[in-house]
Design a protein around this ligand. Structure first.
Ligand code: APR
Ligand code: ZN
Length: 366
């Protein structure tokens, strides 16, 4: 029996979302119906709304969510109604070479980027029209239907607002440190951009024992937040950041993370590094963006630039791990949430993100 759900829908034009009632069909074979408890308002949704990335539309936005399994389709054996789950916005196909090698983040068989379930359809409708769940999860909706491999069970004592953040920003940020860069204790690090994801990078660096941890942002509020999550020094963007980093680290940082997705700041990464240092691209630029790098200097100084998508995570392994670290008091994820909002306040939440005035908004469902 299809049910209705209120959802934040983007029609593919302009940057506003409309709150609409959509129809959600029963889960098909291998799929689960999830009642959302919370959805984060994350930077990647903004890229879409601001026309930087193309998607099929109309789209239920949101890719950072957690909730309760309401029903399971035929053949689902790993989950049952009542389970608490975090949704992954890159569900693995579990058949390709990357999946076989345990690299879910590099799966080549997933249809998540097309906003489609494995069978090439979606379970969401607006009357006769197909509606696409963003990255096959569409978390800004009261209900969604996802493949079983997109829903990862977590302990039921993790609150949904915190759990939702593990679905993207935390995994992306902490994963960039521990899975991609594998930062050893005592390394120096710079983080450029201290939004939700950048602060998660700082938390990951603190967890890994990096020192010093230097945070860079244009907004003073973000720098104050960075200090509370473990940054030992903060710098205002625009001041001579490279010279100050060199002074604080004695010649350049061992690791530098770009967590905005701006070509201009990506281009500065090598200048922040010591010889042999590693620059990590976490922020996602608009489609087709190209950066100019002094490649002779990069080669001669033995510097490395690496890409990091979804924190190099295997969600079925990393989500429960991060949830346990939170429960053990080792990741202060509650403090990342600055605003809890209703679904119909989503446009204001994106505006606040554009103005850089909020750490993290989370939509909480009744
Ligand atoms: N220099 C330094 N900081 C800047 C600059 C700049 N020139 N311009 C913007 N910032 C800061 C903003 O003040 C803000 O704190 O970058 C931060 C960006 O954070 P959010 O907009 O909250 O975005 P977030 O959700 O953290 O995502 C950041 O990571 O995963 C990707 O797709 C995501 O590309 C996005 C990036
Ligand atoms: Zn995200």
């Amino acid at each position: 029996m299809p049910r209705t759900a209120l959802a934040a829908v983007h029609d593919g034009r302009g940057n506003r979302l409309e709150i609409k009632e959509i129809q959600v069909a029963d889960p098909g074979p291998g799929e689960v119906l999830v009642r959302l408890g919370a959805s984060g308002v994350c930077g990647s949704d903004r890229h879409v709304l601001d026309g930087e990335w193309n998607l099929p539309s109309p789209t239920v936005m949101g890719h950072e969510g957690a909730g309760t399994v309401e029903a399971v389709g035929e053949g689902v054996t790993g989950l049952a109604p009542g389970d608490s789950v975090i949704l992954s916005w890159y569900y693995p196909c579990r058949r390709c070479r990357a999946c076989a090698a345990g690299k879910a983040w590099a799966c080549t068989g997933t249809r998540a980027p097309e906003c489609l379930l494995p069978d090439g359809t979606t379970r969401l409708r607006d009357g006769d029209d197909v509606v696409y769940p963003y990255l096959a999860v569409g978390t800004m909706s009261e209900y969604t239907v996802v493949p079983e491999s997109a829903a990862v069970r977590i302990p039921s004592d993790v609150p949904f607002d915190v759990a939702s953040l593990i679905g993207c920003s935390i995994t992306t940020g902490v994963g960039a440190v521990v899975n991609n860069a594998r930062v050893p204790a005592g390394s120096s690090a710079v983080v450029v951009g201290c939004g939700g994801v950048g602060l998660a990078v700082i938390m990951g660096l603190a967890l890994a024992g990096a020192h010093p941890i230097i945070a860079v942002d244009t907004a003073e509020e973000k720098l104050a937040a960075a200090r509370s999550f473990g940054a030992t020094h903060t710098l205002r963007a625009g001041d001579d950041v490279a010279a100050q980093v060199a002074e604080l680290t004695g010649g350049g940082a061992d690791y530098a993370f770009e967590v905005i997705g701006r070509v201009e700041t990506i281009e500065t990464l090598p200048s922040l590094l010591a010889p042999g240092g590693v620059g990590v691209l976490v922020g996602l630029p608009p489609e087709g963006a190209k950066a100019g790098i002094d490649v002779l200097e990069l080669a001669e100084a033995g510097k490395t630039l690496i890409g990091s998508n979804y924190g190099g995570a295997v969600p079925s392994l990393d989500f429960p791990r991060l949830a346990e670290l939170y429960l053990a008091g080792k990741l202060p994820l509650d403090s990342l949430i600055s605003h809890r909002v209703r679904l119909d306040e989503v446009n204001e939440a994106f505006d606040a993100m554009r103005d850089g005035t909020r750490t993290r908004s989370v939509i909480v469902f009744d």
